[in-house]
Design a binder for this molecule. Structure first.
Ligand code: CA
Length: 220
């Protein structure tokens, strides 16, 4: 799956440069110019990593954005700093930043740091999800029910994978389309309902996949 990165940086030149280099890596990039829209974008897009400038205009600095994020998730954060005293604050506050880069930087260096952080995350990533006797093994791309392999279509598996990776979160149909079909896919949100119906039929009641009325779905 393609990496999705949110860049929160108020200096357009820097933001554009990062977006360009991240784009070359094949990553999906969302650029925001202040902390408030950065937080909103993270919540809406659920990226793999955030690149966060510390000195931001508006009522939220990068440090405050990070604190807000940390309250609800372990999303990796790479800070951009302009000054040495900001580095002290990152380290002193123990905000759980995964790394930082000091301006001016080379975009290649930022790309390398992002890759390193994502690699670290991958190693620790869970690859098996169990729901009673129903087991979803992401590495083997296999679902078993009472140790019997259940045949899923490729797209059904991709949807199930995305739901597992976001277990406990309410996901809108659009988020599911973006996450499991990809943003380049053009189609109707009802496609999601059709595939959910298939998953429920094949996997039965052991799959705790709930319909959240008016919003979408949640895998508990
Ligand atoms: Ca700035």
């Amino acid at each position: 799956m393609r990496n999705r990165i949110v860049v929160v940086e108020d200096e357009p030149d820097i933001a554009d440069l990062l977006a360009l280099y991240f784009g070359k890596e094949g990553w999906i990039v969302h650029v925001c110019h202040d902390g408030r829209s950065g937080l909103e974008t993270v919540r809406a897009r659920q990226p793999d990593l955030v690149v966060l400038d510390i000195g931001l205009p508006g009522d939220l600095s990068g440090l405050e954005v990070c604190r807000e994020l940390r309250a609800t998730s372990d999303l990796p954060v790479l800070f951009l700093t302009a000054r040495d005293d900001e580095i002290d604050r990152i380290l002193g506050l123990e905000l759980g930043a995964d790394d930082y880069v000091t301006k001016p930087f080379s975009p290649r260096e930022v790309v390398a740091r992002v890759k390193a952080i994502l690699r670290r995350g991958r190693i620790q990533a869970v690859s098996t999800y169990s729901f009673g006797n129903l087991v979803v093994d992401l590495d083997r791309q296999e679902v078993t029910l009472d140790s019997q392999v259940v045949g899923l279509a490729t797209q059904e598996f991709r949807l199930l994978r995305y739901l597992c990776e976001n277990r406990g979160k309410v996901l809108s149909r659009q988020q599911l389309l973006d996450g499991a079909w990809g943003e380049d896919w053009y189609g109707d949100a009802r496609t999601v309902d059709v595939h959910v119906r298939q998953l429920r039929m094949k996997l039965g009641e052991l799959l705790p996949l709930l319909t959240v009325r008016g919003v979408g779905y949640r895998l508990d």
